[in-house]
Design a protein around this ligand. Structure first.
Ligand SMILES: [Zn+2]
Length: 344
């Protein structure tokens, strides 16, 4: 079968589409025929490699997918052959103290599809049966395939970690990425007031069309001053940060006294300065967030289905064009999710 693989870590040239052996379902696993898969920033980190992170080469990239169950392994009751499913990309052991508490994303051996096992950028992928969920209605193949990782990440950040309430104000940095756009949709669903930033006027006007209440071009104006103006000097209740080093210091000037900062990614770098005076004097709460628990995933899919939400989509590429698709994401040109059409 065809798959997007790396033989070694590196730049875009390390990414190849080639023939690899088809997977067989292990005990408790199913094999999906992949219809569509979605790109995430994680794919870039996996390709470039991180110090200390080892993986078996060649490695198949990709965390998100929608597919049809083609084969089931031993001890699998559900799903069944022919079922259409999406994947929760978070992999947990089901036995450690955190898994037993239903906190799967805290699992001591937590992993991800496309990171700790072969990913979804392939005609077939083997997945633990417990990570398969019925395909949400009303989503196209492309939308369903590029759905899970960003939406569950945003859901956990806003709902489980920050505990967002109606009427609160949320600042979302760098609108255009998958997590930021889902955070915008979920914050509006909650009844919050949403402030978004971008360096692109086009992305800002599209965010406004999706319900953002206030927008600012951070390349042209001072974000801290703008937040103070918009909130009458008070500051926002919650800052949602998937950007990292570039926006981290700003989070501490933009949240109100007693405010919450939630970080889920470091696209611009992992080392940042923290204003410790602001942290204690303003009694701030700083939270990290990774993916979501099985319950976060269930709640998120339910909220998306009941409220007829859809992922904001950017472009769709064929598997052969995975390099172009990745380059588009890596250069920050996308607004919404980039999908790969893998089979019909
Ligand atoms: Zn565990």
């Amino acid at each position: 079968m065809k798959a997007a693989v790396i033989h070694e870590h590196g730049d875009l040239n390390a990414l190849k589409v080639e023939d690899v052996k088809e997977p067989k379902p292990g005990r408790g696993e199913v094999v999906l025929k992949v219809l569509c898969a979605g790109l995430n920033h994680l794919d870039i980190w996996v390709r470039k490699g991180r110090p200390g992170a080892q993986m078996k080469m060649p490695h198949i990239l990709g965390s998100d997918a929608v597919g049809v169950v083609a084969a089931v392994g031993e001890d699998v009751q559900n799903p069944k052959v022919g079922d259409e499913v999406i994947i929760d990309p978070g992999l947990s052991c089901e036995h450690c103290e955190f898994c037993r508490q239903g906190q799967e994303s805290l699992c001591v051996s937590f992993g991800l599809m496309g990171l700790s096992r072969p990913g979804t950028f392939a005609e077939q992928v083997a997945v633990p049966a417990g990570n398969c969920y019925p395909r949400p209605p009303r989503l196209s193949d492309e939308q369903a395939g590029a759905f899970a990782l960003a939406s569950v990440t945003a859901w956990r950040m806003l709902m489980t970690r920050a505990g967002l309430k109606p009427g609160e104000t949320v600042l979302i940095h760098g609108i255009g990425g998958g997590v930021a756009l889902w955070a915008l949709q979920f914050a509006k669903l909650t009844g919050a007031e949403v402030l978004v930033t971008s360096s692109s006027e086009d992305k800002l006007s599209r965010a406004a069309a999706l319900g953002a209440d206030h927008t600012i071009n951070y390349a042209k104006e001072n974000v801290g001053k703008w937040v103070a103006e918009v909130t009458s000097g008070r500051g926002v209740d919650v800052a949602i940060d998937a950007v990292g080093a570039a926006t981290w210091p700003l989070d501490f000037t933009c949240v109100r006294k007693g405010g919450r900062i939630v970080l889920c990614g470091v696209t611009t770098g992992a080392k940042a300065e923290t204003d410790l005076r602001a942290l204690y004097w303003n009694q701030l709460t700083v939270m990290g967030s990774t993916m979501g628990s099985a319950e976060d995933f269930r709640q998120m899919v339910r909220a998306v289905t009941v409220n007829k939400l859809k992922p904001v989509m950017d472009e769709v590429f064929s598997l052969e064009k995975v390099r172009d698709a990745t380059e588009r994401m890596e250069t920050g040109r996308q607004f919404g999710k980039i999908a790969l059409r893998i089979s019909q």
